[in-house]
Design a protein around this ligand. Structure first.
Ligand code: HEC
Length: 163
């Protein structure tokens, strides 16, 4: 404690003794009031209502995302163990074949593949899907890194493109 008799210690003033009036102190205890700190309104121990919704919403979304998200591999490639499906075939088609083929009748680099199974029949379709027609610019799908499962999925998908 500074010695009040020490001449270097300034005499106590009203200001230093009471920087808040009784009324101000009372306001601070009241939950309904806020203090302004650096121009920001700060309530006493209260989280603004809309922020509570934001927090709860974010938590719920995070939980939903954690539970519902499937690993990215399941979405982009047919896993070898899964049964072939037309949906998986459609996905393989869009990444591997769509650069050269439309799923419609319209020609691209190769013929449009609408109704291709009806046109070629199962046997020739299988043949093209396994061996391609390398001499005519159709690569053999296994050379495009497709496995049997993906080729079967492609066959289901192409068969679904009926005229
Ligand atoms: C680099 C371009 C290219 C890519 C990639 C490609 N193809 Fe082809 N495809 C062709 C061409 C060109 C032909 C026509 C060959 C011919 O004249 O017989 C063809 C023909 C075909 C045919 C026979 C169509 C018909 O009417 O005779 C099928 C089916 C086919 N492609 C499926 C696929 C599938 C499925 C993929 C993806 C795995 C694929 N192609 C990827 C170029 C491509």
């Amino acid at each position: 404690m500074a010695d009040p008799r020490d001449p270097k210690t300034p005499a106590p003033t009203d200001l230093s003794q009471k920087f808040m009036s009784e009324e101000e102190v009372e306001n601070h205890r009241d939950d309904g009031h806020y203090t302004v700190v650096s121009d920001i309104k700060v309530a006493h121990g209260k989280v603004p209502k809309f922020l509570k919704f934001v927090y709860v919403g974010l938590a719920a979304w995070g939980l939903y995302y954690a539970l519902a998200a499937s690993p990215i591999n399941d979405r982009t490639e047919a896993s070898p163990s899964a049964a072939p499906t037309a949906e998986a075939g459609a996905e393989v088609f869009s990444t591997t074949c769509a650069g050269c083929h439309n799923p419609t009748a319209e020609r691209k680099i190769g013929p449009g593949l609408l109704g291709v199974q009806q046109r070629l029949g199962d046997k020739e379709l299988e043949n093209v899907l396994h061996n391609g027609r390398p001499d005519k610019g159709m690569p053999a799908p296994p050379s495009l890194n497709l496995n049997d499962n993906q080729i079967q999925s492609l066959k289901l998908y192409l068969t679904s493109l009926k005229k």
